[in-house]
Design a protein around this ligand. Structure first.
Ligand code: T1G
Length: 690
């Protein structure tokens, strides 16, 4: 066994040169791997004792792609393309032995082998689009030649991998392995060497491109199908152009097109943002300072109090991963309604082919209902998901304190209330935590894990691990009104209302935010959430347009009208009454109305969000700036190709952000615009949010 680099060993066994890669955690194509692959193939080609070459990976997976952490340091030798062309030109058969996930550059490496052998659990994908990129090492030219153009378009634009069985059926995998992958792949390589003759190269076979040559409309159809979902993103379109090049250009020309488009994306702001986000999402799960000996608690049975929209959605998350749930409601009618909604949700998913009938039954079977809170006595975790009212929550936690077993975690799904106050009514504040799900709770990826002053490290660790188990992305937040996400959102909504008061039509404000990349604007979002959230009809404020609309029964989408009027498909149209109310309130408050530019609207909506993010960081409510970005992308639809509010501020330059905030602070004299001391300090030192 010869160590070619610290990451790649070389050994000839039974006439096969085995290149063993070992670069934990995912065998990314770091410099040491590329160098070892290059040296290993060259060594094997010159080694008469080797008649074939086997690429095998130790650890949990085959190569999972280029080393994303190396991107920022720019290209380093050896160039990946050089490595692959050495492999692609090998006169000796090269076999890739695949387990885990062959992704991105990993799949591209396997495509430069003559053969691919895989275990049944292996997956194959080109997820570069999730990084704002495209497969830049021949994947867009080779994959269509193996699996066809239609399948490739789906894979590169979604980033979703396919399984080994499908890959085998499509011809991407030559042999599926039941037993020992290395041994069977070695035997496969020996056989191929013994067969002699030439060995297939992906680039030489254009047969599977023919259907797209005959049906070029496939590209327009793909663009049309993806238009809504990929609005604002560059990478999906660039991936499609590369696949078009595979169909319309000779292989080497297509490679050049791929290289040109890859370089454009790599140097652009969208990919920088999405690469940043890739690591930010993973960083969010790491909580510094927790006691090493604090152990994650077992969660085998969950109780949910409240079977409404939130409680039902929350319960589905646990049933989806096989954890039994008991829902408590106050009446049989409410319970039946809640359980019925859950079943309907699962049946809708099954109708779309994303769930089998038996899975629907299995999951519904895991969710039981009861009217008696005492039935939660043996639950490891109990989540309160009732009306946002402190008195109601305190009553529930008081009762829970007497019912729940020792060591049970008591969680509130509150979206803004003081968790410490809720915990104070129990004898076990160390077991109280916030688990703030976002509606629809069974769909939205974000989970704000709220850390109370007395929440124990073990309960925090358990909350963070639980998020991963139910396929959520957790962000640990501190206690303050609105925690991180809603606290920042409140600032945008306040300023959006001021803009409308000053004469900006609400549809203009919403369009500016929609064009920035949000799924919808501030006023449409208000209508979706409901204008009566927190509205007290006995104390309605005539100077608040939202209150005035509620008084008119215009409470949002749910009443067919709010800021906007809605048709039966819930499509919004501007309502004259809204503009009239803003004009009336403006007149009453002596506010002069006029035109406001899109640029000013965008600044006045985003700058308060950034400023509030800086305050949240300064107060220690968020652990790190990137956690705020993860909250905004996964909880509020901030476009991932802009990284999140803090990354966006860094990209603008904190000095420019501060200057604009100071401008509004001076021109309005309103402390709403007082710049965060942290922002001032970082900007004046020429620093960025870390
Ligand atoms: N580069 C660097 N680090 C990576 C990495 C990568 N490609 N993939 C994962 N990691 C780190 C990750 O940050 C984490 O680190 C640890 O590995 C475990 O990851 C030329 C240009 C493979 C499905 O996009 O999808 O090839 O937090 O928590 O949930 O055309 O990681 O422990 O310190 O995600 O089991 C294309 C990205 C790259 C695959 C495993 N490849 N990775 O999921 O673990 S671009 C990708 C994943 C490219 C070529 C182009 C997942 C996974 P830490 P994890 P996991």
């Amino acid at each position: 066994m010869v160590a070619l680099t610290s990451m790649v060993d070389y050994n000839v066994e039974e006439g096969v040169a085995v290149l063993t890669l070992n670069n934990p955690p995912v065998n990314a194509l770091s410099q040491g791997v590329r160098q070892g692959l290059k040296d290993g193939v060259e060594k094997a080609l010159a080694d008469d004792s080797a008649q074939a070459i086997l690429v095998f990976c130790e650890g949990r997976t085959f190569i999972a792609g280029a080393d994303i952490s190396e991107f920022s340091s720019g290209p380093m030798e050896p160039n990946f393309h050089a490595v692959l062309s050495t492999m692609d030109g090998s006169p000796k058969p090269i076999v890739a032995a695949i387990h885990g996930t062959a992704l991105g550059g990993g799949l591209e490496t396997a495509l430069c082998c003559n053969y691919r052998v895989a275990v049944g659990s292996a997956k194959f994908g080109l997820p570069e689009v999730n990084l704002g990129l495209l497969p830049g090492a021949g994947g867009t030219q080779r994959l269509p030649r193996v699996v066809g153009v239609e399948k490739t378009l789906a894979m590169v634009t979604s980033g979703v991998p396919i399984g080994a069985a499908e890959a085998h059926k499509l011809g991407l995998v030559d042999q599926l392995v039941e037993g020992d992958l290395r041994a069977e792949a070695l035997a496969f390589a020996k056989d191929k060497a013994a067969q002699g003759g030439s060995h297939p190269r992906v680039r030489d076979n254009d047969d599977k491109l023919q259907s797209a040559k005959d049906n070029p409309e496939i590209f327009a159809a793909t663009r049309k199908m993806l238009a809504r979902k990929t609005r604002g993103f560059l990478a999906p379109e660039y991936n499609i152009r590369c696949i078009e090049a595979a169909v319309n250009q000779p292989f080497d020309e297509g490679l050049k097109t791929e290289g040109k488009l890859f370089a454009e994306l790599m140097s652009g702001p969208q990919s920088q943002a999405q690469q940043y986000f890739f690591f930010s999402e993973r960083q969010a799960g790491k909580v510094p300072g927790l006691a090493e000996d604090a152990k994650e608690l077992p969660i085998a049975k969950v109780g949910v109090i409240g079977g409404g929209l939130m409680g039902g959605g929350i319960s589905m998350n646990f049933a989806n991963v096989g954890v039994p749930v008991t829902i408590v409601e106050t009446s049989q009618e409410a319970l039946d309604r809640g359980l019925g909604t859950i079943r309907k949700n699962y049946e809708n998913t099954a109708r779309k082919g994303r769930l089998t009938e038996e899975a629907v039954e299995q999951r519904c079977g895991l969710i039981q209902g009861t009217l008696d809170m005492a039935d939660l006595a043996d639950c490891d975790l109990i989540i309160e998901a009732v009306f946002e009212n402190m008195a109601v929550k305190k009553d529930i936690f008081t009762r829970l304190d007497g019912i729940a077993k020792q060591g049970a975690i008591l969680a509130s799904n509150t979206s803004a209330l003081d968790l410490n106050e809720i915990a104070s009514v129990t004898s076990r504040p160390e077991s109280v935590i916030g688990l703030h799900f976002f509606s629809p709770a069974n769909v939205m990826k974000l989970l704000e894990v709220v850390r109370g002053d007395k929440t124990s490290d073990a309960v925090i660790k358990t909350g963070m691990a639980l998020a991963k188990r139910i396929r959520k992305v957790a962000v640990l937040v501190g206690v303050c009104p609105g925690f991180v996400g809603n606290r920042i959102l409140f600032m945008r909504q306040i300023e959006a209302s001021k803009l409308a008061l000053e004469g900006a039509p609400i549809e203009q404000v919403d369009k500016v935010l929609f064009d920035f990349g949000f799924p919808m604007g501030a006023f449409q979002m208000g209508d979706l959430a409901g204008l009566d959230l927190g509205w007290d009809k006995d104390n309605s404020n005539p100077m608040d347009v939202k209150d005035r609309l509620c008084e008119l029964g215009r409470r949002g989408q749910k009443t067919g009208a709010g800021f906007y009027d809605y048709d039966e498909k819930r499509m919004p149209t501007p309502a004259p009454v809204t503009a009239e109310l803003f004009a009336e309130v403006a007149a009453a408050q002596g506010v002069t109305q006029g035109d406001i530019s899109d640029e000013e609207i965008l600044d006045r909506c985003l700058l308060p969000m950034i400023n509030e993010g800086a305050k949240i960081l300064d107060e220690g409510i968020a652990v790190r700036a990137s956690d705020i970005d993860v909250t905004y992308v996964y909880g509020y639809g901030w476009p991932v190709y802009r990284g999140g509010p803090m990354h966006y501020a860094n990209s603008l330059g904190l000095d420019k952000v501060l200057a604009k905030i100071r401008h509004y602070h001076e021109s309005t004299g309103d402390d709403f615009w007082a710049p965060s001391p942290l922002l001032v300090s970082l900007a004046e030192q020429g620093k960025r949010f870390k």
